[in-house]
Design a protein around this ligand. Structure first.
Ligand code: ARG
Length: 399
């Protein structure tokens, strides 16, 4: 029986060319899997058809929008996940889910080899293959761009020689990856890190410096899950999608940074993640109101480690599972409303209310009605500072 290669298919030039190339090179049939993660743009049916037109034996489209939102974006939100304090893990979240659907398709269509379009210089190859290693260690992996030194020029040449039904002339200077949680843009003139991004780099966000009316939004959370916008009950997918539009229209969530890749390279990335940034701002503030101090302090370190693990491709791993358990436990009381103003590139929290609030007006107030016993503070401060005081005295003694 001919072997079958299951290819993660985007519909773009590189993975389209991979279809006849893999068939030839591996002497196999190609099964294409296109996963809808809310990336928008091209119609998924057109993508499905293109795979067949390029020679795929099977072509499937998986609508994973709600799954991606609920099982990947929401956990990232609960971890306030920002790699290097800034990047909301857009591509890092999608690869483990695509890997999962590749495994499902391999089982369904009798695939023994899995393939993706990543190069050998990036993080995404690691995320795909670490995911596959955990989910289906028996599947072999082939990555044409990496393993057969496949370049864009070669791909175009091959597509033209084979007469593949794909646009080879449209030259996009950037490498773009996008989904519901945001959009990543790299290469082209952005590789000179002194060059500022121009407006045409962006597509999820409007220019934040343009004058416009602010947009006020109230987000409701239940146990760390966003459940309503302005009192309307929506699914996580619908909430992120609506916030991408509303926060995007205000220019929220543009990020321009040099980041540390797992493979050791520093790379320049421009991101836009309007919904993710607005949601993380709101969620962080609701945690400030509802999570006890020591748990909140400890969780900040957990959040950072979680973000690094997921960035590094270890979504399916024991430490990630254990950190998930802590984060889930910490969400127990993260319920309530956050009001935000979306304007001029910022999502600013202006109000919060919660039945689980730990904010006690009568303890916090400086007005009448104060129930905080200030006389207790005197002794507390003396004992609290005692170790530092003794150490300072020792240092003074020693000169
Ligand atoms: N550097 C980001 C990451 O590792 C984004 C990579 C996205 N890929 C792309 N072709 N732009 O998560």
């Amino acid at each position: 029986m001919t072997e079958r290669v299951v290819l993660a298919y985007s519909g773009g030039l590189d993975t389209s060319v991979a279809i006849p190339y893999l068939a030839e090179k591996m002497n196999a049939e190609v099964v294409c899997v296109a996963v809808d993660l809310g990336q928008g743009g091209e119609d998924m049916e057109a993508i499905q058809k293109r795979a067949i037109d390029c020679g795929a034996a099977e072509s499937v489209v998986v609508d994973a929008k709600e799954e991606f939102a609920a099982d990947f974006c929401v956990p990232a939100l609960q971890a306030n996940a920002l790699y290097m304090d800034r990047y909301p893990l857009v591509s890092s979240l999608s690869r483990p889910l695509i890997a999962k659907h590749l495994v499902t398709a391999a089982q369904q269509f009798g695939g023994t080899i899995v393939s993706h379009g990543c190069t050998g210089k990036g993080n995404d190859q690691v995320r795909f293959e670490a995911g596959l290693a955990a989910l289906a260690p028996d599947l072999k992996v082939v990555a044409p761009a990496r393993d057969f030194a496949w370049t864009r020029d070669k791909a175009i040449e091959y597509a033209e020689a084979k007469g593949l039904p794909i646009e080879t002339s449209k030259k996009n200077p950037f490498s773009i990856d996008q989904n519901l949680w945001g959009r990543a843009v790299e290469t082209g003139f952005l590789e000179d890190i002194w060059n500022g991004p121009t407006e045409e780099v962006y597509s999820y966000t409007a220019d934040p410096s343009q004058p416009r009316e602010p947009d006020e939004v109230v987000l409701t959370f239940e146990a760390g899950v966003p459940v309503k916008i302005d009192g309307r009950s929506l699914t996580p997918y619908e909430i992120i999608d609506e916030l991408n539009k509303r926060a995007g229209a205000q220019g929220v969530g543009r990020i321009d940074m040099v980041e540390d890749r797992l493979v050791g390279i520093k790379s320049r990335e421009v991101y836009e993640a309007p919904g993710a940034i607005a949601l993380i701002n709101a969620h962080m503030e609701l945690e400030n109101v509802t999570v006890e101090r020591d748990l909140a302090r400890f969780k900040r370190g957990v959040d950072q480690r979680w973000s690094e693990l997921v960035y590094d491709g270890l979504w399916f791993s024991p430490l990630k599972d254990a950190l998930d358990a802590l984060i889930r436990q910490a969400q127990k009381h993260v319920s309530g409303d956050v009001r935000m103003t979306l304007h001029a590139g910022k999502a600013t929290v202006t109000g919060r209310r919660s039945e689980e609030s730990l904010y006690d007006f009568s303890l916090a107030t400086y007005d009448t009605g104060d129930t905080f016993d200030q006389s207790l503070a005197k002794g507390f401060v003396q004992l609290f500072s005692l170790p530092a005081k003794i150490a300072a005295a020792r240092d003074a003694r020693k000169g």
